[in-house]
Design a binder for this molecule. Structure first.
Ligand code: HMG
Ligand code: MG
Length: 310
């Protein structure tokens, strides 16, 4: 029998992971409209943007403006509840920008495979971890919460299979450096459920479950199956992207994350609460689709929630 908890936490990444991969740069006003729609749908953890180099990710060059604006989001949009807006930070320069924009949470990132890490941040894994001394520690000292991503845990687009022990060692280092949670990334959506069981069991033997999240891309349609495997083992935190928007520009062929609507539909159907209003989430997905001007792949997004009753 599947073990299902009463509730899980959904961490929305579409404004960052989704929009970083769009060919055309989305105007600032549309980004804010999307974030507002996600907030109104009940999402309480939203990765709003990324303070990386605009030369590397021109789509998110307006991170400073996005962050300043979301940090002023009126409480009425969030139904009076707190929303944690976060942003990627690759280095000390990114941290300074995040601080200046009033961010209270950031996310650092690196890969479990050398080649992807080199292509993504132009450094070796060891150099990246060393450089985190200039982001994680100072961010914590400034009262910020820091989340960590480990990418390519289920496979690397350049190296193929990756030894999960490498991801475990990195995750443990990030936690020791001050991250509150590590999001394990299936960057290229290669994972399958028994592999997920092996990876997650190995992680849970060393790391408390509240310090772990899954960040599954849905390139091959296995994201929900992998999430179910993680849920069954005790994971309670899942990343998702409305409509299935997204990918990684430095991982060829990577598609978007699991669609938030699909994740929430499945969870609610199993009696697991998320605090998210699925109807309003579907509206947010429609807003995302109109903003990027192309059909989005999410299944519930395409079917609509009311189709069951039609
Ligand atoms: P670099 O070229 O080695 O660094 O890039 P640099 O220090 O030589 O800087 C190059 C230029 O960028 C300089 O400008 C810097 O000032 C500037 P110039 O002197 O040439 O005019 N610069 C910055 N500007 C603004 N903000 C900054 C910043 N840093 C440098 N923070 C660097 C190294 C890490 C900066 C670069 O490689 C980079 O930005 N990479 C980010 C790539 C990225 O964002 N990838 C996608 C996110 S990861 C992902 O999607 C996976 C995830 O979703 C999980 C999963 O799916 O597995 C998280
Ligand atoms: Mg990703």
């Amino acid at each position: 029998m599947l073990q299902v908890p009463p509730e899980v936490s959904v961490y929305e990444v579409s404004p960052r992971d989704g929009l970083q991969n769009e060919k055309a740069t989305v105007p600032l006003g549309d980004k804010l409209r999307l974030i507002e729609a996600l907030t109104a749908a009940g999402l309480r953890r939203i990765e709003a943007t990324s303070f990386v180099s605009p030369k590397w990710i021109p789509q998110l060059a307006d991170a400073d403006d996005v962050a300043r604006a979301v940090n002023l989001t009126p409480a009425r949009i969030a139904g009076g509840r707190d929303v944690a807006y976060s942003a990627l930070v690759p280095n000390a320069r990114g941290l300074e920008r995040a601080k200046a924009a009033g961010m209270t949470e950031i996310a650092v990132f690196l890969s479990a495979s050398e080649t992807h890490n080199q292509k993504n941040v132009n450094k070796s894994i060891a150099e990246t971890l060393a450089a985190f001394e200039h982001t994680i520690g100072p961010a914590r000292a400034a009262g910020m919460r820091v989340r960590g991503y480990v990418s390519t845990v289920w496979g690397c687009p350049y190296e193929g299979p990756v030894d999960p022990k490498k991801a475990l060692a990195i995750a443990q280092k990030l936690l020791a450096m001050g991250c509150y949670q590590i999001s394990l990334g299936d960057t290229i959506g290669a994972g399958t459920p028994l592999q997920t069981q092996k990876i997650v069991s190995m992680m849970l033997a060393e790391i408390p479950r509240e310090a772990l999240a899954l960040h599954m891309h849905d390139t091959r349609g296995t994201a929900l199956a992998n999430i179910l495997a993680g849920l069954d083992l005790g994971i309670r935190d899942f990343d998702a992207s409305v409509g299935g928007l997204g990918g990684c520009p430095y991982a060829p062929g990577a598609a978007g994350n699991v669609a938030t609507e699909d994740l929430v539909y499945m969870l609610h159907g199993m009696g697991v609460s998320t605090g998210i209003d699925l109807d309003r989430l579907v509206e947010a997905g429609r807003a995302a689709e109109s903003i990027v001007g192309r059909p989005l792949p999410g299944k519930v997004h395409q079917a609509g929630v009311r189709s069951l009753r039609a």
